[in-house]
Design a protein around this ligand. Structure first.
Ligand code: ZN
Length: 175
């Protein structure tokens, strides 16, 4: 499939799957803004041209946060995309602290493409927590989020210097 067609298909697929979902900020932004922001950071801010990474970024929360399965992604977008998304998907059956611990543990061993998606995800989330924090998050929780995100990213240093620079810049704005 041509690259532009794959990107449009991924944006359409993600918009459909996340329809009705909102982010946790006070304005309850449409959820799709988040995966699209990852693609924007990867391509427009970091110059990542690997379309598999951009497509996976757009789809990265579909398995974790909607009824989409890895098998479905495999059928629609191929095994490589499905594998990247699977790598960045938390097991929601586990309690939250365990999921957060596993992200720190698994980050260093993830594939190069999954690392790029993970970097973009953490950059976007730090920016969101800084600029549009979830309405009910007290200062300590916002700070703890920054610290945890840094632990995850410290485990994948060397993956992409530009993205790591953008992450560090976002981290320096810690509330
Ligand atoms: Zn995300």
């Amino acid at each position: 499939m041509y690259d532009v067609a794959r990107l449009i298909k991924a944006a359409d697929f993600a918009a459909l799957k996340h329809r009705g979902q909102r982010r946790k900020d006070a304005e309850a932004s449409p959820y799709i803004n988040h995966p699209l922001a990852l693609a924007r950071v990867l391509k427009l801010e970091a110059g990542v041209d690997d379309v598999d990474v951009l497509v996976a970024a757009i789809l990265h929360d579909t398995v974790e946060d909607t009824e989409t399965t890895v098998e479905e992604l495999g059928r629609e977008f191929g095994p490589e995309i499905a594998a990247i998304v699977a790598e960045v998907t938390d097991d929601k059956r586990l309690p939250k602290p365990e999921r957060k611990r596993l992200q720190v543990e698994h980050a260093p061993g993830s594939s190069p493409r999954a690392k790029l998606v993970k970097l973009a995800d953490k950059i976007c989330n730090l920016r969101d927590v800084r600029d549009r924090p979830p309405a009910h998050w007290p200062l300590e929780r916002r700070q703890a989020y920054f610290e945890w995100a840094r632990e995850v990213i410290d485990g994948i240093r060397g993956a992409n210097p530009v993205l790591e620079g953008l992450f560090d810049e976002a981290y320096r704005a810690k509330p």
